[in-house]
Write a protein that binds this ligand. Structure first.
Ligand code: CA2
Length: 152
């Protein structure tokens, strides 16, 4: 069975492609999802793609990735926590309760931006961090996940 990978996206990423293309590129979240699906099919990953503007919903989704007696869990998580990167201990704690690999992803190079974006609560749990590669970062994260899971 193909390992399940959850790609989880935080607040305002649903607006991608509508504003600030100089920072975030012109692709929409839907076009990023489509590219990820094509790659996941190629390397044999079962992709689950999610976006929420709500911190608690993101925590719930990360907890659901652990699976339980009824539903199987995810093998790995790719997460762009968006602004919650810089504020959310709750998302860090939820990820700490997940056993598989976690890749933190940012479209922009957060280290070249405002000082408040330089610190990530999430990085303490991330096995890898990708920043500044735009939409391609999602595909790079999936390639890395495929390698970590023995699929590439
Ligand atoms: O570079 C990234 O991917 C970020 O995670 C994006 C977040 C930002 O708060 C992080 O510091 C870095 C913001 C996502 C908001 O996306 C928008 C897209 C279009 C228009 C407005 C916001």
């Amino acid at each position: 069975m193909a390992p399940r990978i959850d790609i989880i996206n935080g607040p305002n990423l649903n607006l991608l492609g509508q504003r600030e293309p100089d920072i975030y590129g012109s692709e929409t979240l839907a076009s990023i999802e489509a590219a990820c699906r094509a790659l996941a099919d190629r390397v044999g990953l079962d992709l689950h793609f999610f976006q929420s503007n709500h911190e608690g919903a993101l925590v719930d989704r990360i907890q659901a990735a652990r699976g339980d007696g009824k539903a199987p869990g995810a093998a790995g998580i790719v997460i762009n926590p968006a602004a919650y990167t810089h504020s959310s201990v709750a998302i860090l704690d939820a990820l700490a309760a997940f056993d598989g690999p976690v890749i933190e992803l940012h479209l922009s190079n957060v280290h070249r931006r405002e000082a408040f974006r330089h610190h990530s609560y999430i990085s303490a749990r991330a096995d890898a961090v990708i920043a500044g590669c735009g939409a391609q970062g999602y595909e790079l994260a999936l390639w890395r996940m495929a390698r970590l899971l023995g699929r590439a």
